[in-house]
Each structure stands twice: as structure tokens, then as C-alpha cells.
Design a protein around this ligand. Structure first.
Ligand code: HEM
Length: 414
């Protein structure tokens, strides 16, 4: 089928329609149709500059593997759905994801050591302690809670604070940042994310991070905030704006993503009760279970790339300057790559999911995300005697990063 076929036009609207991300069966059915019938559709929807969507695993990987042919600037991701008559909005601060080589390489180098397994392993005790605190809270809540908002949201942000070396009192301010930066399109979570409000949030953070830079320049410590504040680019001290952008990407990229994986992982486990029981019975399955949660939930919905010259992907010719949207949730359900892709299988191994992307921009936080999610489930599973969904989970209407917004559960702790 071609991109003009009415069924394909309809299916490919899911990439610009936040409500489709809030309705997982609809989203995945549309992607399955596209992978089968028209894997690289041309998407031309009012309010968005046109693009091609990549729905197959191999096509996403081909683009990720060729960063000289496919660059992040000027359109690293599909922005929020614009108001009627307004143009698509760009991400407001320039960070790693807006950059390409050689600038990207230089900026990524600043923090890369901090995200390597040996360094992340130093956070293991803190992660275990915070996981225990979250599970204790679950016990305090009695036998019923909204696992997402009551439990999964806070935990990853505390770990980011620990990594950056920021005090816990700053938690509410950081929470506001991550929520307003990615202000999603879900009317139920309606935060007013008009440009003025967003600008006010950014100014507040600018002030906060500027204070942090001054402090860590005057009194460097053994934390990531000090490494960023004292970094040099081409022998010159990093600019204040660039350092602020760096803090912002770490705070934001490390938060909603991991809480979506932890919360969405629980929703998926309870929708597959035999998988839940298998994990309860054998805690040594936590590492493969966590990988499968990343695949199944795919918290990052898309990034985009723009062709530096004419390219062919999935048999479709993309002109110089044309943009492609890499759909990670679709690639992660590609039946050519994964057997029974719509089933959660905590034993799945190998599991070469693309939830963290691939290549030059491969998620910096993979080891941290794994440590956090594993610590959490290692703490939770032995203490949970029973759990079930108390109502259907609800999913966020967000074009960029999302997962569940409610996972109501009933449970008994040991
Ligand atoms: C389950 C949790 C997470 C998921 C699913 C996820 C996913 C992703 C994806 C898909 C990308 C883009 C990769 C690409 O373009 O190929 C990315 C980039 C990035 N992630 Fe994560 N991420 C997670 C957790 C984290 C954490 C905990 C941190 C750090 C605190 C983090 C920091 C970053 C950064 C800094 C980038 C930009 C890298 C660059 O452009 O060079 N992420 N992540």
C-alpha cells in the first residue's frame, strides 16, 4: 500500500496524535499495519512539518548507524502538538540531543565516564536504600495504591539528585522542571504549558543552576554537577547556558523515562499474571524481566533525524533535508525481530530492544536506568505476597516521553 491509501493515512496519524499514545492497543495495531503494509509512510498532518515515519526495527537501526547521513539538528524530535494555527514548537533549551559531531562528541565526553558501569555501581547502595523507602511506603499505604503516582514517580528523581550531588530539599523544584519541560498533551494532567509559563519555569531553573555552577566552580566536589560546571570545551570553560542545558537534559532524561519503565513494567506484569508469578518465584529473573519492561513499555516514543543528502531507507527515497521519525515502540514490537512481540516474556533472551536508541546518541543513562529498575524490583518482589490490577491502567497522552499515568493496584505485603 502507499502513503496515500486511506487506511495508511489514518494509521500514520498516530505519530502526531497524543490520544493514540494514550490508547496502547490502537497505537500498536496501527504500527503493526504500517510495518506490514507501508513501513515508511509519509506523514503530512496539519500543524506539523511533514516527515517519514520508520516503523521497522531494521530501518531505525540503519538510520541510527549512520550519524553522518542522518543528523539530529535541526529537528531532533517531534515537538508537542501545536495549538490550532500555531507552528510545531521546538524544544526550548539546546542540549546533547540537539547536537551533532564534532560538537556532540565534545559535549558527550564531559559526562561519559560518570555513566560507565563502574561509576554507576557506586550508586548501588543509595538505589537500594531508596528502593526500600519506596516499598516501605507501599506497605504504609495499606493494600491499595496508584502504583504509578504514589510509588514509581519519585524514586528515579531521588537517584538523579544523588548523581548530580544535589540535596533532597531541591526535590520539588526538580520535579517541576521535569514535568513542565516535557509538559505533555494529556488533558487530565493539564499543566498549563503555554510559552510564557514554560519560559518562567526555564528562568527559575536558569537561576537555580547558575547558583549551582558558581558554587561548584568555587567548591568542586566529587559529583556530576561539579564535573559539568568545571568542564572545558576546546580548552575554554563551558558556557553557562551550555552547562545549564546539560543539567536540564540529565534531570529530565533520567526521570520520566525510568518512572514510566517502572510503572509501565508493573502494569504489564499484572496484565500477564503468570509472568508476575514467575518473577515472584524466581527473583534471579529480574535482569531479563527489566530488559523486557524496557522493550514492552518503550518510554521514549520517538526521536527524529534529518538527511544530510538524498538517502534510501526501507526502499523509500528521502530527499536531502527530509526528516524521519524513529518510532521506538513500533521497532520494539517488530515481528521480524521479536517472536510474539505483543507478549511480555520475562525470560526473553536475547532481547535486542531499541528502547535506549543506538549509535552516537545511544542513551547515556542505560546503566543507571538498569540499576534503578533492577534495584526496585529486587526490593519489591520478595516483599509482595500478592498483587492485582484494581482497575485498568491509564496511559499518558504524550508525543515524546510517556508511559502509564495511573496503575491502580490491590496487594498484600509479606
Ligand atoms: C528506561 C529509562 C530510559 C530510556 C527508555 C531512555 C531512552 C533514551 C533514548 C531512546 C535516547 C535517544 C537515543 C538515540 O537518539 O539513539 C536517550 C538519550 C539520552 N538519555 Fe536516556 N533513557 C532512559 C533513562 C535515562 C537516564 C536514567 C538518564 C540519565 C540520567 C538518561 C540520559 C540520557 C541522555 C543524557 C541522552 C542523550 C544522549 C545523547 O544525545 O548523546 N536516560 N535515552
Amino acid at each position: 500500500m502507499s502513503s496515500n491509501d486511506p487506511a495508511i493515512v489514518e494509521a500514520s496519524r498516530v505519530f502526531t496524535d497524543p490520544t493514540a499514545y494514550g490508547d496502547e492497543p490502537r497505537f500498536h495495531a496501527a504500527c503493526a499495519l504500517l510495518r506490514r503494509e507501508c513501513p515508511v509512510p509519509y506523514v503530512d498532518v496539519e500543524g506539523f512539518a511533514p516527515f517519514w515515519a520508520l516503523t521497522r526495527y531494521d530501518d531505525v537501526m540503519a538510520v541510527e548507524r549512520a550519524p553522518a547521513a542522518w543528523i539530529n539538528a535541526p529537528r531532533p524530535a517531534l515537538g508537542p502538538a501545536p495549538a490550532e494555527g500555531e507552528p510545531e514548537r521546538e524544544m526550548p533549551v539546546r542540549t546533547l540531543v540537539q547536537m551533532d559531531a564534532p560538537e556532540h562528541t565534545a559535549y558527550r565526553k564531559i559526562s561519559v565516564e560518570w555513566f560507565k558501569p563502574a561509576r554507576i555501581a557506586l550508586l548501588a547502595d543509595r538505589a537500594a536504600e531508596l528502593a526500600k523507602r519506596s516499598v516501605d511506603r507501599m506497605a504504609d499505604l495499606g493494600g491499595e495504591c496508584d502504583f504509578f503516582t504514589d510509588i514509581a514517580v519519585d524514586y528515579p528523581l531521588y537517584i538523579i539528585l544523588a548523581l548530580l550531588g544535589l540535596p533532597e530539599e531541591d526535590f520539588p523544584r526538580m520535579l517541576k522542571l521535569t514535568q513542565e519541560m516535557f509538559g505533555n498533551q494529556d488533558p487530565e494532567l493539564a499543566r498549563d504549558t503555554d510559552d510564557d509559563k514554560l519560559m518562567a519555569t526555564l528562568l527559575d531553573f536558569f537561576e537555580y543552576f547558575q547558583g549551582l555552577i558558581d558554587d561548584r566552580r568555587a567548591h568542586p566536589r566529587d559529583d556530576l554537577a561539579s564535573v559539568i560546571a568545571n568542564a572545558t570545551i576546546d580548552g575554554e570553560p563551558i558556557g553557562v547556558l551550555e552547562a545549564v542545558g546539560y543539567y536540564i537534559i540529565i534531570a529530565t532524561a533520567g526521570h520520566d523515562t525510568t518512572s514510566s519503565a517502572i510503572g509501565g513494567g508493573m502494569a504489564a506484569l499484572l496484565a500477564h499474571p503468570e509472568q508476575f508469578r514467575a518473577l515472584q518465584e524466581d527473583i534471579s529473573l529480574v535482569p531479563t524481566a527489566v530488559e523486557e519492561m524496557f522493550r514492552y513499555v518503550s518510554p521514549v516514543k520517538q526521536f527524529m533525524r534529518t538527511a544530510t543528502s538524498e538517502q534510501v531507507v526501507g526502499g523509500v527515497t528521502i530527499p536531502k533535508g527530509g526528516s524521519v521519525l524513529m518510532s521506538f515502540p513500533s521497532a520494539n514490537r517488530d515481528e521480524a525481530q521479536f517472536e510474539r512481540p505483543d507478549e511480555l516474556d520475562i525470560n526473553r533472551n536475547p532481547n535486542r530492544h531499541v528502547a535506549f536508541g543506538f549509535g552516537a546518541h545511544y542513551c547515556l543513562g542505560t546503566h543507571l536506568a538498569r540499576l534503578e529498575t533492577r534495584s526496585f524490583y529486587n526490593e519489591l518482589m520478595p516483599r509482595l505476597a500478592h498483587a492485582e490490577l484494581a482497575a485498568d491502567p491509564a496511559f499518558m497522552q504524550a508525543l515524546f516521553v510517556g508511559g502509564p499515568k495511573r496503575v491502580p493496584i490491590r496487594y498484600r505485603m509479606r
